[in-house]
Design a protein around this ligand. Structure first.
Ligand code: HEM
Ligand code: HEM
Length: 163
């Protein structure tokens, strides 16, 4: 079996993934609550705190990625598949850095100075990130259960029964 990611990489991966899902849950639900209501305020505050946490963890993760070698992709993947994997991972790193920064600019004095575009880009980018994450998840499941190369297990602390 190909080498696994280490505990630190796994922990950062799954904590960030959970927080990103929380961002979609909060970002797309506070609109259902009335302006000024407690529920809306709670979801919005959660979005801001969790978004800040993603930014800090993403910087830590990138620093770790660049300083500690991570496992190479499994053998037998074509050049096209390797490029697709590297490109999508690169885009995911970019997403977890740029999206929080856009959010922070939107709610800060810079947002007021720059006008509405940072918020608009943040909202649009949320859809693009949705698409990349979907491709990422489908690729991971295809590797594990279609190609049967145990790739998902590289990012999990345990083995999967079906592998
Ligand atoms: C990876 C991190 C983040 C993701 C995935 C994310 C995702 C989202 C989503 C899905 C929406 C709703 C878009 C819509 O109305 O259709 C949203 C809106 C918003 N987010 Fe985030 N967000 C992130 C980080 C942040 C951060 C760090 C902040 C601020 C500190 C922030 C502030 C906002 C604001 C102010 C809006 C409303 C924008 C507007 O309507 O102009 N977000 N975000
Ligand atoms: C939702 C937000 C997510 C983000 C931002 C994200 C981001 C990333 C990034 C940047 C990498 C590359 C790691 C590196 O080599 O440095 C990665 C790897 C990986 N991710 Fe995710 N991920 C997310 C969700 C998921 C989910 C839900 C799954 C499960 C289906 C998953 C499964 C994996 C696996 C298996 C790898 C390792 C691939 C390999 O062995 O080369 N990820 N992820």
């Amino acid at each position: 079996m190909s080498p696994r990611y280490d505990r630190i990489a796994m922990t950062l991966h799954w904590v960030i993934a959970a927080l990103v899902l929380l961002q979609f849950a909060t970002g797309w639900s506070w609109g259902m609550f009335e302006r000024g209501s407690d529920g809306r305020f709670f979801l919005f505050r959660t979005h801001l705190v969790s978004g800040w946490a993603i930014l800090v963890l993403a910087i830590a993760r990138l620093a770790y990625r660049l300083s500690v070698p991570q496992p190479p992709l499994p053998d037998g993947m074509s050049r096209l598949q390797r490029s697709a994997a590297h490109a999508s991972h690169g885009l995911l790193y970019l997403a977890i850095l740029v999206q929080p920064l856009l959010g922070i600019v939107t709610v800060s004095a810079f947002g007021k100075t720059l006008g509405g575009w940072p918020g608009a880009v943040h909202v649009a980018l949320a859809w693009i990130i949705t698409a990349i994450v979907l491709v990422h998840v489908l690729a991971a499941l295809w590797h594990q259960f279609g190609r049967r190369d145990r790739l998902l297990e590289r990012m999990l602390p345990m083995r999967l029964p079906s592998g």
